[in-house]
Design a protein around this ligand. Structure first.
Ligand SMILES: C[S@@+](CC[C@H](N)C(=O)[O-])C[C@H]1O[C@@H](n2cnc3c(N)ncnc32)[C@H](O)[C@@H]1O
Length: 229
């Protein structure tokens, strides 16, 4: 049975996960943060043309903002490389909340409408794949990352290591995740994450990634990026 997310919108319109007491994305510049942390953090502009198809694996699909922002970026940049985006989600949003979740980003709306046509299929089993366009394939792996990531149908060229903050959701940020990432990576796969928590940096280094702490988005001091050594 699907364990849907328990959520509410707070007085500032931010979508909050009750279970983790954390936001899905920051309302001040969520879209810009996705670009900075994940698209630039993975040097996608340089790397995406080097592998066909290019596979991104994300931890935590949530509202799909990172996926849709990446799809939109490819469109804006006229990049035609086929993309397989694979995302792991333990608690999918209900279709109703998913549809309401990105109201502040009208530029993303057409992508969300497209996904909504397939949303029930995308969240119905453990592994769900939909060819959204000839260029874009989306796979959602429904379940705990510790259990379902291993079932990924593809290895990653880039990792979007998202999720609630390690202090609020420590079960997600385990050494087994970093070790599985290394096993499921193509040579020279990159990763980027909004957090610079010490245990995340250490864990990724232990799994075999070079780890670089760089300036974070907006007021955040640091984030982390790297490459499989
Ligand atoms: C910060 S939100 C992700 C935001 C998302 N990338 C977006 O663009 O909206 C973190 C997500 O991780 C999911 N999550 C939390 N613990 C998890 C776990 N152990 N395994 C898989 N997903 C998990 C949550 O349900 C939530 O959707």
């Amino acid at each position: 049975m699907i364990d849907y997310a328990k959520t509410y919108f707070d007085e500032n319109g931010r979508l909050i996960a009750e279970t983790y007491d954390d936001v899905y994305f920051s309302i001040e510049g969520g879209l810009a943060e996705t670009h900075y942390v994940f698209i630039e953090g993975n040097d996608l502009k340089q790397n995406i043309g080097q592998h066909t198809p290019f596979t991104i694996i994300e931890t935590g699909f949530g509202t799909g903002l990172n996926f849709m922002a990446t799809w939109d970026w490819l469109t804006q940049q006229n990049i035609t490389t086929p993309l397989h985006f694979i995302s792991v989600e333990k608690h999918p949003l209900t279709e109703y909340v998913f549809a309401q979740s990105l109201a502040e980003y009208p530029s993303i709306k057409p992508y969300q409408q497209h996904i909504l046509k397939h949303y029930s299929k995308l969240t119905s089993q453990t592994i769900n794949t939909v060819q959204l366009t000839p260029q874009i394939t989306l796979t959602l792996l429904i379940g705990d990352v510790a259990e379902v990531l291993k079932q990924s149908p593809q290895k990653a060229n880039a990792w979007y290591l998202d999720g609630f903050s390690p202090s609020k959701n420590p079960q997600m940020w385990q050494q087994s995740l970093f070790d599985n990432m290394a096993k499921l990576s193509h040579p020279h796969a990159t990763f980027a994450t909004f957090t610079a928590a010490g245990m995340v940096r250490k864990g990724l280094a232990q799994a075999g990634f070079t780890v670089e702490k760089i300036k974070g988005f907006g007021h955040k001091r640091h984030m982390t990026k790297g490459i499989l050594a």
